[in-house]
Design a protein around this ligand. Structure first.
Ligand SMILES: *Cc1c(COP(=O)(O)O)cnc(C)c1O
Length: 367
C-alpha cells in the first residue's frame, strides 16, 4: 500500500467556486471571492478583519512589518516549530530569540519566555503547534504584543475560544497539507482597524484604492489570488466538517495505538486540540520510520529543533532540553480529512510490527 503523509479534501463546492472565478476573468487579487473569503473567515474565527495573503510565511512577515518590527528588535519564538516564524523575524532584520517549549503540551513555555524578555523584546510569536493552542493567559500577562501563528491549528480552542483570536495579529496558513487549504495561501487577522489598514497597505504595493500610484511606504505584493480565495471560501464553508474529519482520524489512531509504547503528543486540560498531523514519539525513531517507509507509508520525523540550526546560532539562549528531546523522538503519521479507515489500520499495524514490545516510550517528554 502507498499511503502519503497528507492529502487534500476538495469537493464540487471548491471546484465550482474556482471555475466561476476563472470564468469571471478576475483571477488576480481584485476578484470578488477574496472579500467573500475574508468575511467568511473573519466570522468563523470571530475577528473583525482578515487580510487574505499569499501564504502563512508572508502573513507573519506582514504582521511584523505592520507592528514596526525591524533592526535591533528581539522577537521571542518557540524552539520547536516549523521554521517560518524565525525566518519571518530574520526577514525584517530583527532577531528571533528561542524559548524552550512546555513538556505538558509542546507549545512555547511561558516560564522560559519570562527569562528571555529584555529591553529589546518587542513581540512574542506564539505557535499553536500541531493543533494545540499556546497558553495565552500566561503569555498575555507579560504585556507584550503577541503574534499568534495558528497555521497548524484551525478549529482548536483555548479555554473554549477558537485559536486565531489571541494575537494582536493572528495568522493562518492554507498550504496544501493544512486543515483548510487553498494550495498556497495564508491570512492575517486582527481586531485593530489601523493595524488592518496598515497590513492592507503594505500587502498591496504601499498603495490605497483612494490614491492610486501614490506610495508613502515601500510596499510588497502579498495578495491572495481570486482563484485561491474561491477554493478557500469552499473550504471555510466546510470548516467544521474538515476539522472533525481529522479529529476522527486521530481518535482512530488513539484507539489502535492505545496499548503501544509510543507517546502521543500531550494535551493540556485547558486546550481543545484540533488534530493536524497525528504525532507520536518513540525511541529508535530512525528504525521505526524505516520500517514504515519500506511499507510504503510516508511517516516523517518532526522538525529539527530550531536551536540546533547553525543559521540561527545567534538566537540560542540556553540548552532547550524539551525541544531537543521531542525533536529527536517525535514523528508524524499520515493524516488527512476522511483518510480511509483501512489506511489508518495499515499504518497502526505496521507501526506495531516496527515497534514490537521491547521499546519503551521516551520518558523525557512525558509530564
Ligand atoms: C505551515 C506553517 C507556516 C507557513 O505556512 P506557508 O503557508 O507554507 O508559508 C507558518 N507557521 C507554521 C507553524 C506552519 O506550520
Amino acid at each position: 500500500m502507498n499511503i502519503p503523509l497528507s492529502n487534500i479534501s476538495m469537493t464540487e463546492l471548491e471546484i465550482n467556486y474556482a471555475k466561476e472565478a476563472i470564468e469571471s476573468g478576475w483571477i488576480s487579487s481584485s476578484g470578488k471571492y477574496v472579500g467573500r473569503f475574508e468575511r467568511a473567515l473573519a466570522q468563523k474565527i470571530g475577528r473583525k478583519h482578515v487580510v487574505a495573503l499569499l501564504n502563512g510565511t508572508t502573513a507573519l512577515e506582514l504582521a511584523l512589518r505592520a507592528l514596526g518590527i525591524g533592526d535591533g528588535d528581539e522577537v521571542i519564538v518557540p524552539a520547536l516549530t516549523f521554521v517560518a516564524p524565525a525566518a519571518a523575524v530574520r526577514t525584517v532584520r530583527a532577531k528571533p530569540i528561542f524559548a524552550d517549549v512546555d513538556p505538558e503540551n509542546w507549545t512555547i513555555d511561558p516560564g522560559q519566555v519570562r527569562r528571555l524578555i529584555t529591553q529589546k523584546t518587542k513581540v512574542i510569536i506564539a505557535v499553536d503547534v500541531l493543533g494545540h493552542p499556546a497558553d495565552y493567559d500566561a503569555l498575555l500577562a507579560f504585556g507584550l504584543p503577541i503574534i499568534e501563528d495558528a497555521a497548524e491549528a484551525h478549529g482548536a480552542c483555548y479555554r473554549g475560544r477558537p485559536v486565531g483570536g489571541f494575537g494582536v495579529v493572528s495568522v493562518f496558513s492554507f498550504f496544501a497539507n493544512k486543515t483548510i487549504s487553498t494550495g498556497e495561501g495564508g491570512c492575517a487577522a486582527t481586531d485593530d482597524d489601523s493595524l488592518a489598514e496598515r497590513m492592507r497597505l503594505i500587502a498591496y504595493h504601499g498603495m490605497t484604492k483612494e490614491r492610486p500610484y501614490w506610495h508613502d511606504v515601500v510596499g510588497h505584493n502579498f495578495c491572495m489570488t481570486n482563484i485561491a480565495a474561491a477554493i478557500g471560501l469552499g473550504q471555510v464553508e466546510r470548516w467544521d466538517e474538515l476539522v472533525e474529519a481529522r479529529n476522527r482520524v486521530a481518535d482512530e489512531y488513539d484507539r489502535l495505538l492505545r496499548e503501544m509504547p509510543v507517546l502521543r503528543r500531550p494535551v493540556s486540560a485547558w486546550a481543545t486540540e484540533a488534530c493536524w498531523l497525528y504525532t507520536v514519539a518513540a525511541t529508535e525513531r530512525a528504525r521505526v520510520l524505516k520500517v514504515l517507509r519500506n511499507a510504503g507509508i510516508d511517516a516523517r520525523a518532526i522538525w529539527t529543533a530550531l536551536p540546533a540550526l547553525p543559521l540561527y546560532a545567534d538566537s540560542v539562549r540556553g540548552s532547550y532540553p524539551v525541544a531537543r528531546e521531542i525533536s529527536s523522538t517525535a514523528f508524524w503519521l499520515p493524516t488527512w480529512a476522511h483518510m480511509p479507515v483501512d489506511n489508518i489500520q495499515c499504518v497502526a499495524m505496521t507501526l506495531r510490527e516496527a515497534i514490537g514490545s521491547h521499546i519503551s516510550s521516551p520518558g523525557g517528554v512525558t509530564s
